[in-house]
Design a protein around this ligand. Structure first.
Ligand code: HEM
Ligand code: NAG
Ligand code: NAG
Length: 456
């Protein structure tokens, strides 16, 4: 059905006088929205059909070791051992120490690699994540800067690994009081996580662990390596969980940064950052015991699993990835590519339009005004990934004209020093404007719960 602009216009004019007409006009607008979403979805599907055959891609996905597309070839026990004693002894967070949705950050804070307060600066983030996990300076700086800009305090230069920043600070975040990554739905935190529920399905709380979801991931071992997890087995778990989000969450929405990229990257982070390394296996391996320790799960068998909030730990006698192959921002994308190509349904940009099972996608070409398309973005030999990550991270930054003066310089500095540089000297496609109006068709797009000041 098609409705002319003239008809819609006249209805809008008379709507306030006639409530019944207004209802009808809403219904017509909704129908038109759904019709447009269906058109867009067709183009997104067509874009996916251009991708190479997934069977070949699955072999490539399976061939990856636990250090990612670029293998780790050396092991040095002294360099890679991560102390969890002395100044790095485990301590549960005190009442005023903040923990949140990220087990990697929680564990590092519980062992004093990151400030035990849970409020971090960029310098602390870079230093702590390099020492504990072998994360590169560019990636840690990028992730921290994003947290400062969107959920933190750009003037103080701080961000929270959990709930809202303490209110005794003088300055405010860019989008109001910095809510921390616990309350960053659609900004940082996204749907289809490993062990955290979709925000909408849990009253906005997407940072507390759901034991059933953990059990599901715990069962996702790689059939080739009994009891162990790999990038490929976790890519399959992500594909399954992202389809489940479509089937269960009417507000499922894959925003380009949080759910399209960060959610699947978190699955890869488990393997790349939490694996234990040995001389025999310099790429490392990841098993159920490590999984439980890092995710604060106790209990011997899945039926007995219990989550201990805020008690994530670095295992005893654990060796991180080698510093000769730190994990950087470009690697984040090169590890997403084989997963998306092998399991194309797991690439989602878009969401449910009208209740569960009404997923409509948006093609990259439509979203980027033709600057990108899926084939070139996911080309394993291509270099667009870091560009896309850097650009899409900036897409949601409010117009500078609307910012208080005191925020402009700090935000510009964060962008120039930590967001843009991850693209290196690549010549990136030029995007006129990311068409965020396309998101208006998704009810989950504007869902932004804020939360209580809890410490995890
Ligand atoms: C500055 C660095 C980091 C930031 C800002 C960050 C932020 C986040 C955020 C916002 C989430 C929630 C995303 C979602 O909804 O799934 C998350 C989840 C996660 N992160 Fe991090 N993270 C960082 C570093 C790390 C590191 C170093 C690791 C691994 C050692 C890690 C592992 C994970 C995992 C496994 C999840 C998913 C948890 C679950 O679903 O139960 N992250 N992180
Ligand atoms: C990690 O690997 C080392 C050998 O490099 C081994 O001795 C240790 O027990 C392993 N640690 C864990 C937590 O599996
Ligand atoms: C994708 O973009 C590249 C480079 O701009 C172009 O050559 C190619 O034809 C496009 N592919 C599709 C399927 O549109």
């Amino acid at each position: 059905m098609k409705y002319s602009a003239v008809l819609l216009g006249s209805m809008a004019l008379s709507a306030s006088a006639f409530p019944a007409v207004m209802q009808m006009s809403d219904a017509i607008l909704k129908a038109r929205n759904l019709e447009q979403a269906a058109e867009l979805h067709k183009r997104a599907e067509e874009e996916k059909r251009q991708l190479p055959d997934p069977t070949a891609a699955q072999a490539l996905s399976q061939a990856r070791g636990n250090c990612g597309v670029i293998p780790c070839t050396v092991f040095d026990a002294t360099e890679q051992y991560v102390s969890n004693t002395g100044e790095h002894a485990y301590a549960s967070p005190a009442a005023d120490e903040i923990r949140g949705p990220c087990p990697g950050l929680n564990a590092a804070a519980n062992h004093g690699y990151l400030s035990r307060s849970g409020i971090l600066t960029i310098e602390n983030t870079i230093e702590g994540l390099g020492a504990a996990y072998g994360m590169s300076v560019d990636l840690a700086g990028f992730l921290a800067a994003y947290g400062i800009i969107f959920d933190g305090d750009p003037v103080a230069g701080t961000w929270s690994i959990g709930g809202p920043l303490p209110t005794n600070q003088i300055t405010k975040g860019l989008l109001g009081q910095g809510q921390g990554i616990s309350w960053s739905h659609n900004l940082y935190e996204g749907d289809s996580s490993i062990a955290r529920p979709d925000a909408y399905l849990n009253n906005g709380d997407a940072h507390s662990l759901d034991v059933d979801r953990f059990r599901d991931a715990y069962a996702a071992t790689d059939s080739r390596y009994p009891g162990r997890y790999t990038l490929d087995s976790f890519a399959q778990n992500f594909a399954k969980k992202s389809d489940e989000s479509v089937a269960t969450n009417p507000y499922f929405f894959a925003a380009p940064f949080s759910t399209t990229l960060v959610s699947p990257a978190a699955y890869n982070f488990v393997i790349n950052f939490m694996s234990n390394h040995t001389a025999e296996e310099p790429n490392g391996y990841f098993d159920g015991e490590q999984f439980k320790t890092f995710f604060a799960i106790e209990g011997d068998s899945p039926a007995d699993f219990k989550w201990l909030p805020g008690q994530e730990k670095i295992p005893d006698n654990w060796y991180r990835r080698t510093s000769t192959n730190q994990y950087n921002a470009a690697n984040v994308f090169t590890d997403l590519i084989p997963s998306f190509l092998a399991y194309p349904s797991s690439f989602k940009l878009g969401g449910n339009t009208n209740g569960v099972n009404t997923y409509a996608g948006i093609s990259l070409a439509d979203f980027t005004g033709g600057a990108y398309n899926l084939t070139t973005l996911l080309d394993p030999k291509g270099t667009q990934g870091a560009c896309f990550l850097a650009q899409v991270a900036q897409a949601g930054i409010p117009d500078f004209a609307n910012l208080p003066l005191q925020q402009i310089t700090p935000v510009t500095d964060l962008i120039n020093n930590f967001l843009t540089p991850i693209a290196g000297d690549l010549s990136c496609p030029e995007v006129g404007a990311f068409d965020q109006t396309l998101f208006n068709k998704y009810p989950g797009h504007t869902y932004r719960p804020t939360g209580p000041d809890t410490n995890y």
